[in-house]
Design a protein around this ligand. Structure first.
Ligand SMILES: Nc1ncnc2c1ncn2[C@@H]1O[C@H](COP(=O)(O)OP(=O)(O)OP(=O)(O)O)[C@@H](O)[C@H]1O
Length: 313
């Protein structure tokens, strides 16, 4: 899917040619924790972008700065050429966060109607309910909705203002496979109208299936940025797993062919393009034993790109 086919009838907005999001040298420090360490990122209008990374990578902190909920320590965040607070005041951005924001005694319909009353040109309530797959649940009180249904309600609330940019922070956390699939069908329909969509996720599969572009973050930095196919190319090769009593990063310095390595106790997990050379070396020249060699897939690409051995903490 290309940006051009995604944005058939949404005129560009904001400053002429402004990207939906422009992050420049963005950093955020909490005390001694450097949550975001210098992110430069341009997201074009109409793109569907997955922000992917392990726990604590800095996804939520970055999103908070895009939404104006947190001030950068240094660098800048612009949304359609405006500072984030201004973009939100103009109704250009909505977010679906993981928790909060719901009144349990209201019904689903009342929640959407109330949200709509806050905006001068809100989408019709019934249209929004349908867009989030909530028509049949309209009369149910929010407190009786399941976690997945409440998440769909947050999604519906975000659609009320007809935002140009929709940001979803781990939107399907806690949903089962069917609920997740149904939820993505609704998001996909919104993307097809040309909305720019950014979602944070832990699930590479989800990013692969629904994003045009994946930005992979680790320890507050972007470590990969490309189409799902480009990212998956990092999964080429094999993973060699071995038991090596007392192995440390120093022991790996002279081992040939390791692209990335992870050490947990006595278990070494290494990705290698030439796994035969690596396996031969491990068996002949080190105490490693119990070798397993497996082909790498999507998850391994993720692990390889977010491996900790090159961490500069
Ligand atoms: N308010 C805060 N005060 C102190 N440290 C914080 C604060 N918010 C985030 N952090 C730290 O900053 C780092 C990045 O956190 P962040 O929530 O942005 O990561 P994430 O990629 O969204 O993680 P997850 O996938 O687990 O939600 C973590 O080490 C976290 O503990």
């Amino acid at each position: 899917m290309t940006t051009a086919t995604l944005a058939p009838h949404r005129p560009a907005i904001g400053a002429i040619g402004a990207p939906a999001i422009a992050l420049t040298g963005l950093t955020k420090t909490f005390g001694t924790v450097q949550a975001v360490r210098g992110i430069d990122l341009h997201v074009a209008q109409g793109e569907v972008l997955a922000f992917l990374g392990p726990n604590g990578a800095g996804k939520t902190t970055t999103i908070d700065m895009v939404l104006g909920l947190a001030e950068p320590t240094s660098g800048s965040a612009e949304v359609f050429g405006f500072e984030p607070g201004e973009a939100i005041r103009r109704g250009l951005v909505s977010a679906v966060m993981q928790t909060g924001g719901l009144l349990k005694d209201l019904t689903v319909r009342e929640t959407i109607a109330y949200t709509a009353s806050l905006f001068p040109s809100a989408r019709p309530v019934d249209e929004v309910l349908a867009a989030a797959g909530l028509t049949d649940l309209a009369g149910r009180s929010v407190g009786k909705c399941s976690g997945g249904e409440q998440q769909r309600l947050r999604f519906a609330m975000a659609l009320v203002s007809d935002p140009q940019l929709l940001i979803l922070d781990e939107p399907t956390t806690g949903m089962d496979v069917n609920a997740r699939h149904a939820f993505w069908e609704h998001i996909r329909a919104e993307a097809a109208t040309g909305r720019t969509i950014i979602f944070a996720t832990h699930y590479l599969q989800e990013a692969d299936e629904y994003a045009d572009r994946i930005v992979l973050v680790r320890s507050g930095r972007i470590v990969a940025d490309g189409t799902p196919a480009q990212l998956k190319a990092h999964g080429n090769g094999r993973t060699v797993r071995a038991t090596w009593p007392g192995v440390s990063a120093d022991d790996l310095r002279d081992v040939p062919g390791i692209d990335h390595a992870d050490i947990r106790g006595d278990i070494l997990t290494a990705s290698a393009t030439d796994s035969d050379a690596l396996a031969r070396h491990l068996l002949l020249h080190t105490p490693a034993h119990d070798l397993e060699v497996t082909a790498r897939g999507l998850d391994e690409a993720f692990i390889a790109l977010t491996a900790t051995e090159t961490e500069e903490n």
